[in-house]
Structure formats: structure tokens, C-alpha cells
Design a protein around this ligand. Structure first.
Ligand code: ZN
Length: 323
């Protein structure tokens, strides 16, 4: 299908304390903070974006940080696992690093011919590190605390946990252009477009699992990539025709977005690749200053007073400026 989705654009999750979140994803996992901005729908709170050097679509994990937000519950109707690629030879490094940093993990385990370490972030969000051949060819952030040869290489898969998978599977295959790639136990793996890591989605059929509750430590939504605004408009038309209650196009400054719920209840977004994260700051300075969309600039002073002060990683090192 000519208007296929290209893969995962980003995953957005919910965190409690923004400082703890920044410290974990930059200083422990070694991702780059590529944008420090506010939640455009709730500008008195941060929206934190992590990714590779440029924040390419397919490498991005983002957080709404809401101090004091209740703890969420993992369950069905949710993205329950967010998986990242790591180079095949880096498993021992990561076992050592997580142990040294006091991060508990499980594994290594085998799945779909890959080797997987599973861990939780400080809010309980489940993250996997998936070692596989040729991961080293994917982009990374090489100037953080993790040496380039071991650094995380962008998103690999998201796991959708569902009561029943059929209607979700049908949306993925019949509408969004995914193909069934394989099955292991109750997990069905699909891929889209050129396939491979960041173009996978795993659907876990778990009728015995409790319904999830989206709050801290859970994923808020997953976004899929579309190359242009024209394709996005086409998607809007397709989804509206399927009665999926799709939103109008929303300007997220770094990409344009439409949202809808898939039949299992998970919030999906379709986001454009352009314009990207260098639209308001140069590559070297990504994530080093609070950036606001033009319509919030008049409130900058007021917002700066409400938002908690953050110690940011020093530009170009990924290491906390305070450490
Ligand atoms: Zn999003």
C-alpha cells in the first residue's frame, strides 16, 4: 500500500519527577535529551524528549512529567513494553552497567532470535534492551556516558497488550499496512514498510491480564511515522471513514499529529517525520534550553516560575552538569 506507515515515530510515557527522569534516561541509559519543552496541552508541566543525536523518528521516547501524579497500572489496552536496540556484543556491558547503577533487571532471555534484558525506570515503566545483529548500524548518541559501541540504537518494538488481539491485528494489517512476521506463545510480531527494528510491533494477547490504568510509569501513546503532511491528511480521511474518531491535525512544532484509539483502547498517533528537532535550536544545543512554541512565548516568564528547576546534561556530553 503506497501510504504505509514507516514504523514507530515515538513513544510517550508518564513520569512523576522530571529530574529523576532526566537523570535516568541521560546518565544511566545514555540517551540524549533532544528537547526540553512543555506539554502543549498542559504547559505548566514539562515534556521531555530523548533520542539519538538528532532525535530521529524511531529513536524517540518522550515523557509528560507530572510531579505527584498517581501511579499507573500495567495491563491490557496499553503499550506495556518499550524496547530499544542494542548492539549484539553489548549484553555483558549492559548487565554490568545496570548492576553498577543499581537498576534491577531480568534476563538475558531469548525471543524471536534476539537477546533481551528487561528493566524498569524509576517510575516502573518497562524498558527492554534487545540485542540483535546489525544494531550497530543504527544511529545512536555517541557523546553520552555510554561508549558509542554499546549505546542504545533507537526503538526496536512496542508491545501492545490486548484482551483480544483480532480487531487490533486487523487494523494493523488491513489499514496501517503491517504484515504478520511470526508468533511466539501469545505474542504476534508484525512489521511494516521496510521492516526491521523500529518497524516492529508485538501484539500480546493476554485476556487474563487486568485492564491497565494510564498514569505514572505507563505509556500514554505510541506514534507511527508518516513521511509528509499530505500522507497524514490521507490517513485522516481513511481513519475518519473507519469511524475511529480521529482528531484534527495538531501542531506539535517538531512534527504534526493526529490521534485515535485502536479497538483495544490504546491511544495511537500518526506523526510526520518533518520538521524535526533542529527547527528551533542547532544540533549541538538540542535539549539545553527550555523551548516553547510561538503561542506560548508570551507566557515564558510565568511558566519558568511554575516549572521545577532542572539540572540538565551538559551540552555535548550527556553527563549531568552537576556531577
Ligand atoms: Zn506523541
Amino acid at each position: 500500500m503506497s501510504q504505509d506507515i514507516l514504523g514507530i515515530h515515538h513513544v510517550t510515557a508518564i513520569a512523576d519527577d522530571p529530574q529523576r527522569n532526566v537523570d535516568f534516561y541521560t546518565a544511566v541509559l545514555g540517551l540524549r535529551l533532544v528537547k526540553l519543552t512543555v506539554n502543549f496541552d498542559d504547559p505548566r508541566s514539562y515534556h521531555l524528549y530523548y533520542g539519538d543525536k538528532l532525535g530521529h523518528p524511531g529513536t524517540l521516547l518522550t515523557f509528560f512529567a507530572w510531579p505527584g501524579v498517581p501511579k499507573g497500572r500495567q495491563g491490557t489496552g496499553q503499550v506495556t513494553v518499550t524496547s530499544f536496540s542494542i548492539p549484539q556484543g553489548s549484553i555483558d556491558y549492559w548487565i554490568e552497567r545496570l548492576s553498577q547503577q543499581g537498576v534491577s533487571f531480568t534476563g538475558p532471555a531469548s525471543r524471536f532470535d534476539e537477546t533481551v534484558l528487561s528493566l524498569q525506570d524509576p517510575d516502573g515503566l518497562v524498558i527492554e534492551l534487545v540485542a540483535h545483529p546489525q544494531a550497530e548500524l543504527r544511529p545512536a548518541w555517541a557523546e553520552g556516558p555510554v561508549p558509542a559501541e554499546y549505546a542504545m540504537r533507537g526503538l526496536h518494538t512496542v508491545t501492545l497488550s490486548e484482551d483480544g488481539y483480532e480487531r487490533t491485528a486487523k487494523l494493523l494489517t488491513d489499514t496501517l499496512g503491517f504484515r504478520l512476521l511470526g508468533q511466539e506463545n501469545n505474542v504476534f510480531r508484525y512489521e511494516v514498510a521496510e521492516g526491521g527494528p523500529s518497524a516492529y510491533v508485538d501484539v500480546r494477547c493476554a485476556p487474563g491480564l487486568r485492564r491497565g490504568h494510564v498514569a505514572s510509569g505507563t505509556v500514554h501513546h505510541v506514534a507511527w511515522r508518516t513521511p509528509t503532511d499530505e500522507r497524514q491528511q490521507a490517513w485522516r480521511g481513511t481513519l475518519a471513514g473507519l469511524d475511529l474518531n480521529v482528531t484534527p491535525v495538531l501542531d506539535r512544532k517538531y512534527f504534526h499529529s493526529i490521534y485515535f484509539r485502536e479497538p483495544g483502547g490504546i491511544l495511537f498517533e500518526i506523526a510526520t517525520d518533518p520538521p524535526g528537532f533542529t527547527v528551533d535550536e542547532p544540533v549541538e544545543q538540542l535539549g539545553t534550553h527550555l523551548e516553547l512554541p510561538a503561542w506560548l512565548e508570551p507566557q515564558r516568564e510565568e511558566l519558568a516560575q511554575v516549572l521545577p528547576a532542572l539540572r540538565l546534561p551538559a551540552a555535548g556530553t550527556g553527563k549531568s552538569a552537576a556531577s
